[in-house]
Design a protein around this ligand. Structure first.
Ligand SMILES: O=C(O)C(=O)[C@@H](O)CO
Ligand code: MG
Length: 256
């Protein structure tokens, strides 16, 4: 049975960020996720979760200068110290929020370094962070992003993420399987979900190609939820941009 988390970065944007927790609860969500919490004190975020009885399903490590196009640095050679600082900062937030999944963004390929050295950097950084996070029972997620939305991103394909997660040799490094990106880059989603199987650590959804509610576009979500049910029991993050207002767009959930 699918259970959904509201992505507070993309849903309820009609409201100021701190008011989105209450709105998510009122709309029937038991869990939330968001991209980056670092503009807010972790104590204030924890208070929102507690006040509204919500679970924090996931958030991301600090990605570097987002406005300048940065998308993390976990795979970028030469930025290991920065990665470690960001991993330690995210861990403090995860502990405060009781959150068991943190996404480590790989980054945009640096053309001054080989692909092999990016791969080695990614694996070494993930091993270091996974060992630190394991003491707290927290998983690290790696997420392939499609190359239309994130040109040059180091990780674009689900099978590459699976291979990298296995190469870390750490049980708490998992694949964040976002069906929107996976459909654009890989397709054949029913078979792909079965292939990634127990390495799926988190799931996100949206329509393709518009990234709106999962009730339109080229994916058959009622079927995909049944497939996911066989391989994944965690929250499914609703990481889409509502076509109109968030609440009226949630009618798809009744059929999920
Ligand atoms: O863009 C997405 O998809 C995400 O899940 C963000 O966390 C950025 O990686
Ligand atoms: Mg995603």
């Amino acid at each position: 049975m699918a259970k959904f988390a509201a992505n507070l970065t993309t849903l309820f944007t009609e409201l100021p960020f701190m008011e989105r927790f209450a709105a998510a609860k009122a709309a029937g969500f038991e869990a939330v996720e968001f991209l980056f919490p670092y503009d807010y004190a972790k104590e204030d975020l924890a208070a929102q979760l507690q006040q509204h009885g919500l679970t924090q399903a996931l958030f991301n490590m600090f990605p570097g200068d987002w406005a300048a196009g940065e998308r993390g640095m976990a795979a970028i050679p030469g930025r290991e110290a920065e990665f470690r600082n960001n991993a330690e900062q995210a861990l403090q937030y995860a502990i405060a929020l009781g959150c068991k999944k943190v996404h480590a963004m790989a980054g945009i390929v640096d053309m001054n370094h080989s692909i092999d050295s990016h791969r080695d950097t990614f694996i070494n950084n993930l091993r270091w962070a996974a060992d630190l996070y394991a003491e707290h029972g927290i998983e690290i997620q790696i997420e392939p992003l499609n190359d239309r939305d994130a040109p040059g991103y180091f990780l674009a394909h689900q099978r590459d993420a699976l291979e990298l997660a296995k190469a870390t040799d750490r049980d708490n490094v998992k694949v964040q399987f976002d069906l929107y990106h996976a459909q654009i880059m890989d397709g054949d989603l029913s078979k792909l979900i079965a292939e990634i199987g127990s390495y799926i650590g988190h799931v996100q959804i949206a329509s393709v190609p518009e990234r709106h509610e999962p009730s339109e576009g080229e994916l058959n979500y009622p079927h995909l939820f049944k497939v996911l049910d066989k391989h994944y029991a965690g929250y499914i993050g609703c990481e889409y941009h509502p076509r109109n207002d968030t609440v009226s767009g949630l009618s798809w959930m009744a059929q999920a």
